[in-house]
Design a protein. Structure first.
Length: 94
């Protein structure tokens, strides 16, 4: 059996929008036998949450205020170090 490719997807939330829809499609349609998918959400909110399959690992940072940006970057870095993904895709950093 070949090693699964680890993919880490990063986005602020899954509220309604184009990037949020695209990240949901990517996470849902990649072959789970070939890819191990993790998702970092600064806020675990949004209409697209219910569209994600159960096998996707979600890291919820529980962002409270907009000034938490630096904290979110540091936490993202920590997750990247722990997960050691082969691919990191980030969307809408603000």
């Amino acid at each position: 059996m070949t090693k699964k490719i680890k993919i880490l997807l990063i986005i602020s939330s899954l509220r309604q929008g184009g990037a949020e829809r695209v990240i949901t499609y990517i996470a849902s349609y990649l072959n789970k036998d070939k890819y191990e998918i993790s998702l970092v959400l600064y806020e675990k909110k949004g209409e697209y949450l219910e569209c994600l399959p159960e096998y996707i690992r979600i890291h919820d940072f529980k962002k409270k205020i907009s000034w938490d940006f630096f904290k979110m970057i540091c936490r993202s870095r920590r997750v990247i170090k722990e997960e050691k993904p082969d691919v990191v895709l980030s969307f809408l950093f603000y």
